[in-house]
Design a protein around this ligand. Structure first.
Ligand code: SF4
Length: 163
């Protein structure tokens, strides 16, 4: 069965900055559980960040800029957590490479896991187009990133492959 890495917070684990979780719709979770082997992972926790933790945003950039040393990730407490975010992304990549994972489902909006929207670095609750640090590193290495809102696309990709 194909392995798919999934953000830990999407399957009910309370690992987000505020110790909450997100969700995948029930039919899609049932489909995932029946058709792929889930590898559950949280980049930020893997890098040693605590639960709960200060919400963090990428300042003046997005995930690729953080990887290239052009932007930093900072908590709303002013503490720079760039090192931990990059380390979490590297941990995710290592896990994908170890399990030969080509597809991942990551939580939209996160400075690590976002794949089409992230917060704009002002801590005003404003989203902008962009992706997080883990998404950027995985995509840079050829891994295809879906979110909890695009699982239908993952399904159609896998169904085409099996034809
Ligand atoms: Fe969820 Fe990713 Fe944030 Fe971990 S880093 S809590 S998996 S969105």
């Amino acid at each position: 069965m194909v392995k798919v890495l999934v953000s830990s917070c999407l399957v009910g684990n309370k690992v987000r900055y505020n110790a909450s979780c997100l969700s995948i719709s029930e039919p899609e979770l049932i489909w995932l559980n029946s058709n792929v082997e889930l590898v559950i992972f949280c980049p930020e926790v893997s890098a040693g960040l605590p639960i709960p933790r200060a919400p963090a945003e990428i300042i003046a950039g997005q995930g690729v800029d953080v990887l290239d040393g052009l932007a930093n990730v900072v908590g709303n407490d002013g503490i720079d957590v760039t090192t931990q975010f990059v380390s979490g992304a590297q941990n995710a990549l290592e896990l994908c490479q170890k399990h030969q994972i080509k597809y991942v489902v990551l939580a939209e909006g996160s400075p690590s896991c976002g794949s089409s929207k992230i917060y704009d670095g002002t801590f005003n609750g404003i989203k902008m187009d962009g992706s997080g640090v883990t998404t950027a590193l995985l995509e840079r290495n050829g891994i295809i990133v879906f979110s909890q809102h695009t699982i239908a696309k993952l399904r159609s990709t896998l169904e085409k492959q099996s034809q």
